[in-house]
Design a protein around this ligand. Structure first.
Ligand code: TXA
Ligand code: MG
Length: 319
């Protein structure tokens, strides 16, 4: 298949209206969009990504479209979170309306809904004129794409269109909150932090991957965000020694400079947690291109955005 590259949201949206796939930028990561009301189009997403069919997709809406376009009802928690944080990097799990094909939700009676806070994404979604099912625009198992070049390297030749935009501002996927349970449960931490949600819904709970709730978000069962290289989470002080011991090519990303920077073939020092989040997946991809075998990632504090970062590092380092 010939992939068309464009900077025009209207051109990309025409493919979605024609039941084809178009990748598009958002503030979190790039998405791979299809008409959520068209089962053939949705099936194409699973094929292009080689995504396991038991991993449900998030539906994206233009700002101002009522969430009840795709949700059968809005639980009170969803109402509060929608009001406070949308548009933004947040996905709400709600009961699914029957106009949305069950394939979007991998057969679950629920649906994930997100309204991106990104001007190009919004122009694109408006022009699509239909709810857009969109997972991250990577091959299944690879790090999520934060640049159109990363989308291209995973999916060019497999999808109809890539809408080229800026690099993603946040760099980690949206916070996912299950609003069908009481109290609501954070299934995936993101840039809308536990602390921020707690201010709106004091009872909110967070899933840690070790408990049962992990099964609620089927996608969280699969290995994620992983570069080909092995990922090792370290305190910065340890990292240089580890790299020096190893004869392999090593990379390092973190907030502080390691003791022996010369031991690393690729190194990225981030001046803030926000920058660490923004750069992480792109660094993974650059390490793979450079033939690096092991990537040392400095621990982040388990609070605020650090919780999302540590979640992704934990998943990437699982063997
Ligand atoms: O920031 C984001 O959310 C990006 C951009 C493109 O919007 N999208 C994204 O989609 O990260 P994806 O498919 O890579 O991750 C969706 C996550 C998966 O962990 C999936 O299991 C979960 O959301 N999910 C989707 N629908 C669900 C549902 N009905 N119940 C529980 N979990 C659901
Ligand atoms: Mg994904």
């Amino acid at each position: 298949m010939n992939t068309l590259f464009t900077r025009d949201p209207l051109v990309a949206a025409a493919f979605v209206r024609d039941a084809q796939l178009a990748a598009f930028p958002t503030e979190t990561v790039y998405g791979l969009g299809a008409d959520a009301r068209n089962e053939c189009a949705v099936r194409r997403i699973f094929e292009a990504k080689e995504r396991p069919p038991d991993n449900p997709l998030i539906i994206h809406l233009a700002a101002g479209v009522p969430l009840t376009e795709v949700a059968a009802e809005m639980p009170e928690a969803a109402r509060l979170l929608h009001e406070r944080f949308m548009p933004g990097p947040l996905t709400l799990i709600m009961p699914r309306r029957e106009n949305i094909t069950a394939m979007v939700s991998s057969g679950l009676p629920t649906v994930g809904v997100r309204v991106p806070n990104h001007p190009v994404a919004q122009s694109f979604l408006k022009a699509c004129g239909t709810p857009v099912a969109a997972p991250s625009a990577n091959r299944s198992g690879r790090p999520s794409p934060t640049t159109w070049q990363a989308v291209s390297s995973d999916l060019a030749g497999r999808i109809a269109c890539i809408l080229q935009g800026e690099d993603a501002q946040i760099g980690l996927e949206s916070t996912v909150v299950d609003c069908t349970v009481n109290p609501p449960l954070i299934l995936r931490p993101g840039a809308i932090t536990l602390e921020a949600i707690h201010n709106v819904i004091p009872e909110v709970r967070i899933d840690d991957a070790s408990n049962d709730a992990a099964k609620k978000s089927p996608g969280m069962r699969h290995r994620h965000y992983a570069p080909r290289a092995r990922v090792v989470v370290v305190d910065s002080a340890d990292s240089s020694g580890l790299a020096a011991e190893s004869s392999r090519r090593a990379g390092y990303i973190g907030l502080q400079r390691p003791q022996a920077p010369e031991a690393f073939a690729l190194i990225e020092i981030c001046s803030s947690l926000e920058m660490y989040a923004r750069r992480l997946f792109d660094f993974f991809r650059r390490c793979d291109e450079a033939g690096i075998d092991v990537i040392y990632c400095q621990k982040a504090p388990l609070a605020g955005l650090g919780r999302a970062l540590m979640d992704r590092l934990g998943r990437a380092s699982e063997v």
